[in-house]
Design a protein around this ligand. Structure first.
Ligand code: KIV
Length: 273
């Protein structure tokens, strides 16, 4: 979003995002999980911070997003909320807190809104979770959908490969996207699906479609901040553009610090009381 357009809004709201799509203004979204990072991301001018359950991977070192708990998501989200001034904060409902039981979906979403101060929640899935989405929305809690590669279902998929390449899965995804819009979601994330399909979905909806590995025909993009900054150097999917090589740069800085301590170069006379 250009500074001029962004300055029109005091806060980025779910309605602003829908207006941005209508005006052809692309939406920028990044993950953040802590106060310091969220402050940098917000002040840089991002439209949306996603407190993703990818915290399970990049913050806690788990192989999948499944182990992260609701309490842990609330901890990350409240740290982010304390840092931000302008962007919209979306918080992932973690695995096991909404699938199959709309009452627990509502309870989980209410806890996130009340205890973290986040502005909205994200839920993975389509028709299967329609009842939960409806119930959360009925409490006045904005919901972002998430289709395509939904990492909470990784054991069903069996791999992190591109989704919906086959006709049947593509058709289901298109129907699910329309359903999520009809239910009242304010946006949908499409993860790792063919660009042509993602563009078709974006054109068929009035709510924004935010892509990750979904090409350039959607209404906005999201990346995991640790990937964009090059902190997760072992992870290199085709869709990822790294803007820094922080894994190397941070390692070099830490090595210099260690050398300075060992050689008694640090602290020098000016760096003490
Ligand atoms: O948890 C997350 O970081 C996500 C993004 C990959 C969209 O859901």
């Amino acid at each position: 979003m250009s500074a001029a357009v962004r300055n029109k809004y005091r806060r980025i709201t779910t309605k602003v995002l829908v207006d941005m799509k209508a005006n052809g203004e692309k939406i920028s979204m990044l993950t953040a999980y802590d106060y310091t990072m969220a402050k940098i991301v917000d002040r840089a001018g991002i439209d949306v911070i996603l407190v993703g359950d990818s915290a399970s991977n990049v913050m806690a070192g788990h192989e999948t997003t499944l182990p992260i708990t609701l309490d842990q998501m609330i901890y990350h989200a409240s740290s982010v909320v304390r840092a931000i001034e302008k962007c919209l904060v979306v918080v992932d409902l973690p695995f096991g807190t909404y699938q199959g039981n709309s009452r627990s979906a509502l309870d989980s979403a209410i806890r996130i809104m009340k205890e973290s101060g986040g502005h909205s929640v994200k839920m993975e899935g389509g028709k299967e979770i329609a009842e939960s989405v409806t119930r959360v929305l009925s409490a006045g809690i904005p919901v972002m959908g998430h289709l395509g590669l939904t990492p909470q279902a990784i054991y069903k998929f069996g791999s992190y490969a591109v989704r919906a390449k086959e006709e049947e899965e593509a058709e289901k995804l298109k129907k699910d996207a329309i359903l999520l819009e009809e239910l009242g979601c304010f946006a949908v994330v499409l993860e790792k699906v063919p660009a042509q399909l993602a563009e078709e979905v974006a054109k068929s909806l009035t709510i924004p479609v935010i892509g990750i590995g979904a090409g350039d025909g959607v209404d906005g993009q999201v990346l995991v901040i640790h990937d964009l900054l090059g902190m997760t150097h072992e992870f290199s999917p085709r869709f990822l553009r790294r803007y820094l090589d922080l894994y190397r740069e941070m390692g070099d800085a830490i090595k210099r610090y260690i050398t300075d301590v060992k050689t008694q170069d640090f602290p020098n006379k000016e760096e003490q009381y």
